[in-house]
Design a protein around this ligand. Sequence first.
Ligand code: KIV
Ligand code: ZN
Length: 557
Amino acid sequence: MLSNPSSKYRAYPPIHLPARQWPSRTLTKPPIWCSVDLRDGNQALAVPMNVAQKLELFHALVKCGFKEIEIGFPAASNTEFAFNRTLIERGHIPDDVTVQVLVQAREDLIERTFESLVGAKKVIIHLYNSTSPAQRRVVFGKSKDEIRDIAVRGAQWIQDRIPRLAKGGTDVRLQYSPESFSATEVEFAKEISEAVMDVWQPTPQRPMILNLPDTVEVAMPNVYADQIEWMCTNLRNRDSIIVSLHTHNDRGTGIAATELGLLAGADRVEGTLFGNGERTGNLDIVAVAMNCYMHGIAPGLVFSDLNALREIYERCTGMTVPARHPYSGELVFTAFSGSHQDAIKKGLAEWEEKNSKSESCWDVPYLTIDPADVGREYREVIRVNSQSGKGGVAYLLESEFGIELPKDMQREFGPLANDAVDALGREVTAAELKGMFWREYIERTEPWELIHFHADGVDGTFSCRASARKAGADVALTGQGNGPIAAFVHALNAAGTPKFEVANYREQSLSSGTEASALAFIQIKLADGRTKWGAGVDTNVELAAIKAVLSAVNRAG
Ligand code: KIV
Ligand code: ZN
């Protein structure tokens, strides 16, 4: 890299727009959406989709609720042409969906495009030519006037052919893109757009779409917003134009540019699922729709099962959605960090409580939306690795196995689990955590292992008789107390264990039905002040508690 980048690069000049309005506006309604997955997205793939893959993705897009779908560049290849014909002839296009096709301003390509559309019900014909100074100079070697003439001729070739389709009952709408708009002087973008309008003569009843692409992101998103507001303010017959945005993501701000462009007055948004597209991609339309949703605006697109959509997308395009991708990535609703887990756990508990009384809006720390709304499960939210604390461990044991560790026991087991996970050096599953818990508490048989226990009570005094194995030898135990546990503690103390008393006791059932198991947690306090937790499982509650006492004694060493 250069130590002085200004010798090679310069910032894109700002737009003079002192009365700009967009910074103080808010979004209150969704735009018209148009998916360009099957064209711009497809164009960007090393191996473009075949007809079957495009068809599967088309149906997925329809299911999401897209009413405008750019299905391809039919004059570009036989596959693209065949795809149009398949959609139209096999009746794949629902009546309320308009298919859009892209074409350059060349008469042979326009002719072929019209042939590909025969029999369609509703179409948008999308004409484009490139307008920026670099394109004019490097690619075309033409003046502004000559570039404008290319657009006007293309518009006229389209206009001349519309009656042919209309005669067959096709409803034709028109779209023009001054490609590389964001790198074009706004005055020239207006001039060329109005020249196309002169040919197409849009009206408020039959508006044309003017798509203003950020073909290559060259500036900060506020500059794009200024360009859009400038166009919306200065364009002739604004009410006969649907202003459309089409951003790419070269500087990583495609979503921001679109959102600011909407504030600046645009009506429509083109983009792709998960942002597939040339170079760094097109606008991620899922993210913008979900951004509307998380502000309480019904987006008009439905992403209730983002995992399933992601799977279709990955199968059809061969692309993968990164784990951190907004809303859609595998890890975006997951917290590994202990403090985050703790906050999420508390937030979810509050939400459950308040939501059941319809009392509040979603306000759970670290989660912008309820994962369940996009088909994600709460079980993915908290996952455990060495960064996680007791909260995450406790959450997984509870959510996956119904094991409700007492708070104080969480403080004891959390660090033990954390050390074990740290030593493993990877994420652990809930089942592995349960295994750790079982080995630490339930399966301990050293030095003491219970063989038999029986207690009887008379007038509130209990006597117990038990046998246990210690260091390979059977030991008979007897004791008295005000309950079976107290009697057993007495028996163990009498048998020479370090002196202790029960400081805490809790039990819960683990499953329902005849096979129900009881899980008991006991905390003992030793004469030297130390405390230890123990746990025991049995179908009999009393025996579960007795085993928990021995577990704690065994752990006290
Ligand atoms: O990015 C772009 O400018 C395009 C146009 C064809 C609209 O894809
Ligand atoms: Zn594009």
